[in-house]
Design a protein around this ligand. Structure first.
Ligand code: NAP
Length: 311
């Protein structure tokens, strides 16, 4: 018996149950609410989507949970005392989807689309100087499952790309930085900055007033990771005082973005409703099913989130 534990709507949960049950016909996968007390005591693995910690606490023999989402910051925050492994979704399809969004919105900024849209509203005819992709310096914060594929896709499209991660990395065509000094160097060298970091104690508020000030004049920001990594008030100040040109934001400190928030009507902000890389239920279910089948065959639990690092 494998429970699906999630705080998602019923239709979405039913779709996950159907998809997972088709791929794992040898297992009984059910909504948590349908488990008897005896069944709860027998579960050693659960499939989760933003689970309620109170529900997981009712599964005393749980060894691990597989999330159907890549971002697990909320789970890590809420489940500090839980004695089981949290496995997050690592899906090449998701990385491809994110890299497509990164390329699309980098092109949007690179070719000055917000600027020309504004000109059209004002019926202004003005041609900006052309900048080639090779001249456009793009900095990618986070070189994990999503950052690496996104950085490579940008390189393949001719951009000058550099990256930053916690531990040192090297991959072809992308100068890689790490650590505090590395971050300053990357920021100073980024015309377009793309955030693909996980939200942890170390990254919360990372892009504060001082760090945003290190970006070159006219730089632009894309945040596709988590809202609280960017200090929203500091970002507004840098946009208002003319230092930064534009921000494409898919994630916010509060979601949905409150209707009163200045971002909605700011001419230098593009607001997206957390759509840069939605989980693909088909590929995600295949990955979860494979991991569970592997576990049943040989007891192998995939590498989980590092509790002290928070990702
Ligand atoms: P990941 O594979 O865990 O990669 C995280 C990267 O960030 C790694 O390169 C890691 O460095 C680096 N990092 C972590 N903490 C750092 C720190 N303190 N300083 C410098 N670098 C640090 O994560 P992922 O799968 O690429 O996903 C990234 C995030 O994207 C997720 O956590 C989620 O919040 C977000 N996301 C958003 C959407 C959306 O639709 N908007 C969809 C999916 C995911 P090391 O390589 O040295 O470990």
């Amino acid at each position: 018996m494998i429970p699906f534990v999630g705080r998602i709507d019923e239709v979405e949960q039913a779709a996950w149950l159907k998809q997972l049950s088709t791929l794992l016909p040898e297992e009984t996968i059910v909504a948590f609410s349908l488990l008897s007390d005896v069944e709860k005591s027998q579960c050693d693995v659960a499939i989760v989507a933003n689970p309620d910690p109170q529900e997981l606490m009712q599964l005393p023999n749980l060894k691990w949970v597989h999330s159907v989402w890549a971002g697990v910051d909320r789970m890590v925050d809420e489940l500090t005392m839980m004695p089981f492994t949290i496995v997050r979704l690592i899906d090449p399809e998701l990385a491809k989807t994110m890299s497509e969004a990164v390329l699309a919105w980098t092109m949007y900024l690179h070719r000055g689309m917000p600027f020309y849209r504004q000109q059209q509203c004002e019926k202004t005819w003005y041609q900006r100087a052309m900048v080639t992709p090779q001249e456009r310096r793009v900095g990618v914060l986070g070189l994990g499952a999503l950052g690496q594929v996104s950085a490579t896709r940008l390189v393949d499209n001719g951009f000058y790309v550099s990256g930053w991660s916690r531990t040192a990395k090297s991959f072809e065509g992308v100068p890689c930085y790490c650590g505090e000094e590395g971050l300053d160097a990357l920021l100073e060298d980024s015309d377009i900055l793309i955030c693909l970091l996980p939200l942890t104690d170390s990254t919360r508020g990372l892009l504060n007033h001082e760090r945003l000030a290190l970006l070159p004049n006219g730089a632009m920001l894309i945040n596709f990771a988590r809202g609280p990594i960017v200090d929203e008030m500091a970002l507004l100040e840098h946009l208002d005082n003319g230092h930064l040109d534009h921000a494409v934001l898919d994630v916010f400190a509060q979601e949905p973005l409150p209707t009163s928030h200045r971002f909605w009507s700011h001419p230098k902000v593009t607001v997206l409703p957390h759509i840069s890389a939605p989980t693909n239920p088909v590929s995600a279910s295949q990955i979860v099913a494979k991991a569970i089948r592997h576990y049943r065959a040989n007891g192998f639990i995939p590498e989980g989130v590092n509790a002290s690092l928070g990702y």
